[in-house]
Design a binder for this molecule. Structure first.
Ligand SMILES: NC(=O)c1ccc[n+]([C@@H]2O[C@H](COP(=O)([O-])OP(=O)(O)OC[C@H]3O[C@@H](n4cnc5c(N)ncnc54)[C@H](O)[C@@H]3O)[C@@H](O)[C@H]2O)c1
Length: 338
């Protein structure tokens, strides 16, 4: 089976490819434009695998993307390619519109042309999206379900919501066999160090101030990247065509609590240093339009597809912290490219 993955040199793509490549029956075709946050080095030991293929393609470039798509003739597509950092979307929305909206539109057009010509059976397009499309919850609101209204607030989340809507429309109108997932905030190895958890870890490693937006009370529902990958594989294999699945592991933490947990782990790990890492926490001006809370209701994927996960946030956080500590030279270089 041939799977085309877009944006496979980013955080989730790397973790997904490292997992899928273990299945010798799958040939992976990874296309990525290679941006500042891509990490080709993560796949150094995979690129010699005969089941792994990479091509530098910007999915905004319709002609180049279409030529490659028709050449490889994929059985399934996983669409990860997107600009993904909210702060960047506030500073420079243009590239978010190009990659996230027009890029997805190009993919849908190509899928439609491809299926019209080849009449391929059992083709699936899995579009990977975010819980941020649903907007912001307050303390007492119920968690997002698949039926929650879209109410995105940032250029990032609105560009993702737009792409989700295009995917839904292409399913209804052109019968493209699609699946959509909306997942909560991921953490784990290989996350580019502009995102909150690697930023906190980096600042602890270097004993530098940890910037926390506003009063630190904003809540995110954290999922370990490996749980997200398991859920994506489950949706791709068992999900009902045309359906959307929310992915999350019921793990809400506010940003201040998260920073404290990481600092406490550093205090414990380096107790001989007698340095209190919590003193690094410093509050900075809040992000514009900062969403207060995200929370995922994961009942549909649990009940309909049998998604299971272990409640071991602290263990996974420790694995992540130690991964960054073990790779601190890489982390230093990546921070410079930012
Ligand atoms: N990280 C999370 O917490 C999270 C949560 C839910 C959903 N998602 C979604 O998962 C997907 C992957 O997220 P990530 O965290 O790996 O992002 P990332 O920013 O780490 O990686 C994205 C990758 O996509 C590539 N890319 C961007 N635009 C492209 C284009 N036009 N053509 C080809 N490649 C392009 C980039 O070069 C990069 O390698 C995104 O669609 C994101 O919205 C992420």
């Amino acid at each position: 089976m041939k799977i085309l993955i877009t944006g496979g040199l980013g955080f989730i793509g790397i973790n997904l490819i490292k997992d899928i490549i273990k299945n010798k029956k799958i040939k992976i075709f990874n296309v990525d434009k290679i941006s500042y946050c891509s990490m080709p080095e993560a796949l150094d030991n995979i690129k010699i695998n005969k089941n792994y293929n990479f091509k530098k393609i910007d999915i905004y470039d319709y002609s180049k993307f279409k030529r490659y798509f028709f050449k490889i003739k994929p059985d399934q597509v996983i669409n990860l390619a997107a600009e993904s950092h909210v702060d960047n979307s506030i500073k420079n929305p243009d590239v978010f519109i190009k990659s996230n909206i027009i890029g997805t539109y190009n993919l849908l057009k190509i899928c439609n042309e491809y299926l019209t010509i080849t009449k391929k059976k059992n083709f699936k397009l899995l579009h990977v999206s975010t819980d941020e499309v649903f907007g912001s919850l307050n303390e007492k609101s119920i968690a997002f379900t698949e039926n929650s209204n879209f109410n995105p607030n940032s250029p990032y989340s609105s560009s993702k919501a737009s792409s989700d809507l295009l995917v839904k429309a292409w399913h209804k109108t052109f019968k493209i066999p699609i699946l959509i997932t909306n997942c909560s905030n991921n953490f784990g190895p290989w996350q580019f160090p502009e995102k909150l958890i690697p930023v906190i870890i980096n600042q602890c490693i270097n004993k530098k101030p940890i910037p926390i937006y506003g009063n630190g009370k904003n809540i995110r529902d954290w999922i370990f990247v490996k749980d997200h990958i398991r859920a994506l594989k489950l949706v791709l294999s068992k999900g009902k065509i045309g359906q959307t699945y929310n992915i999350g592991t019921n793990n809400e933490k506010n940003n201040l609590k998260l920073a404290n947990l990481i600092c406490e782990y550093f205090n414990k790990k380096y107790k001989k240093d007698k340095f209190n890492y919590q003193t690094l926490i410093s509050f900075v001006d809040d992000r514009k339009g900062h969403d207060y809370r995200y929370a995922i209701n994961n009942k549909k994927i649990k009940n309909q597809l049998g998604f299971k996960y272990k409640k071991n946030f602290m263990k996974n956080l420790e694995i992540t912290i130690n991964w960054y500590i073990d790779n601190k030279e890489w982390l230093r270089k990546k921070r410079k490219t930012k």
